[in-house]
Ligand binder design. Structure first.
Ligand code: ADP
Length: 407
């Protein structure tokens, strides 16, 4: 009998969700988004081919909690599933710290531990936790499974995790963790089935979305990441600074008397592409703009991306494959070309026609590095983890289909 998994990815102003059934395989049957929480909240649900299944909005200014928003979604899920049982709800959680290094069933005790990590991901973690609390309140018996963006990077060697700070800070968890792990884990799996030779070698994946990072993988395992203690480090992002001289923070505190909250607001929400351009955090808008400030933002983005990718060649000792993924990585030939142009010295040569078509392989046959475009699917990764964890917990009752999905 088939069962279903609902995945939730809760941010500050939106909750994205996806619904999967699993029997012989996982099948996505719907996905949707509740957006503009706190402004004009609305939600829409689409079928697997993008067809609109449901749309609903609330009056302007109505303040809705995560619970208010999740309630109608769960009701719709029950109706849509008919007799199919919802077996679990899987949550994308940005930071697992040293405490959560694998998908975990979350109860009140686990949530309290998770809440201690709020300061490490202030833009994400509180919203992730609010959605889990809402789901627990609405469906007390339904397993809530946390899947962490940091888990995939637990294979990073100690040297890649170390800051040059006093040892006592390291002992309290101040170290580099790495993020976007669900995306990289999915990419590693896709590579393994579509390009096993590359997958078993030295690969850098660049997740270029509103958040952006790069990950060095050796034989499918993370060995380093451009992101560190928080998801603020590394590449320039939509509104986040990326790597920033810590002296700038000291300057803001000393010369501008800024508080931690004010600095958090600047480095997480007002910087990156938005900060440089003064126009938008959205790459499509910047690419379409004729303003020199937009061009500067794009130039800085590609410069920083190429720099971080190059730095990640060090732990790998060379490069066999480069993968572009997420909104910008999957859809922008212009950005991929600009980054690859700065990496030609690595033997990277892209085929302009394949690049223009967002083809799966965009490098020339003679390129020393195979350059690929692979759409990511963090929701599918969460659903797979949920199925695996459910099977682990009920191995005696698990059907052969569920057991097959564990691998
Ligand atoms: P998130 O990190 O929120 O999941 P996405 O992975 O959806 O973000 O990426 C969003 C980014 O992708 C935005 O900057 C958007 O402009 C960019 N993007 C989407 N499509 C294109 C495109 N065709 N060309 C350039 N940028 C694009």
């Amino acid at each position: 009998m088939s069962e279903a998994i609902l995945t939730l990815n809760a941010g500050s102003s939106s909750i994205k969700f996806a619904l999967f059934t699993f029997n012989h395989a996982l099948t996505n049957i719907a996905h949707g988004e509740m957006a503009d929480i706190g402004d004009i909240p609305h939600f829409s649900i689409h079928g697997p081919h993008g067809e609109l299944l449901l749309e609903k909005s609330w009056p302007h200014g109505e303040a809705l909690s995560h619970e208010d928003l999740l309630g109608p979604v769960l009701e719709w899920v029950d109706q849509h599933l008919g007799g199919t049982k919802l077996a679990a709800c899987g949550h994308r959680i940005v930071h697992g710290g040293d405490i959560f290094t694998a998908p975990t069933r979350l109860d009140q005790t686990a949530l309290e531990k998770l809440a201690t990590l709020d300061p490490l991901a202030p833009l994400h973690e509180p919203h992730n936790i609010a959605a889990i609390r809402a789901a627990l309140a609405l469906r007390p018996g339904l397993p809530q499974i946390g899947c962490f963006d940091t888990s995939f990077h637990k294979t990073m060697p100690a040297v890649a995790t170390r800051f040059a700070l006093p040892r006592n800070l390291r002992n309290e968890g101040v170290r580099r963790y790495g993020f976007h792990g669900l995306s990289y884990e999915y990419i590693a799996g896709q590579l393994h089935s579509t390009a096993p030779d590359v997958a078993s070698g030295r690969v850098i994946a660049a997740h270029l979305g509103n958040g952006a990072s790069a990950c060095a993988m050796s034989n499918g395992q993370s060995v380093d990441s451009s992101m560190g203690f928080t998801a603020l480090d590394g590449l320039i992002m939509g509104t986040r600074t990326g790597t920033l001289d810590a002296g700038v923070l000291l300057y803001l505190m000393q010369a501008h008397s800024m508080s931690a909250d004010e600095i958090t607001d600047i480095v997480y929400k007002k910087s990156g592409l938005l900060g440089i351009s003064g126009i938008s955090a959205d790459m499509r808008v910047l690419l379409a703009s004729k303003a020199p400030e937009a061009a500067e933002a794009v130039e800085s983005f590609t410069y920083a991306a190429a720099q971080h990718i190059a730095a990640l060649v060090v732990p790998l000792g060379g490069l066999d494959g480069l993968v572009f993924t997420a909104g910008i990585g999957e859809h922008s030939p212009e950005i991929r070309a600009a980054i690859c142009a700065r990496l030609q010295w690595l033997g990277i040569a892209i085929d302009p026609l394949a690049n223009a078509k967002n083809a799966p392989v965009i490098s020339k046959a003679a390129s020393a590095v195979e350059v690929m475009v692979i759409p990511t699917n963090e929701e599918a990764m969460i659903a797979r983890h949920c199925v695996a964890l459910l099977a682990q917990h009920s191995i005696d009752q698990a059907t052969p289909d569920v057991l097959a999905l564990r691998t």
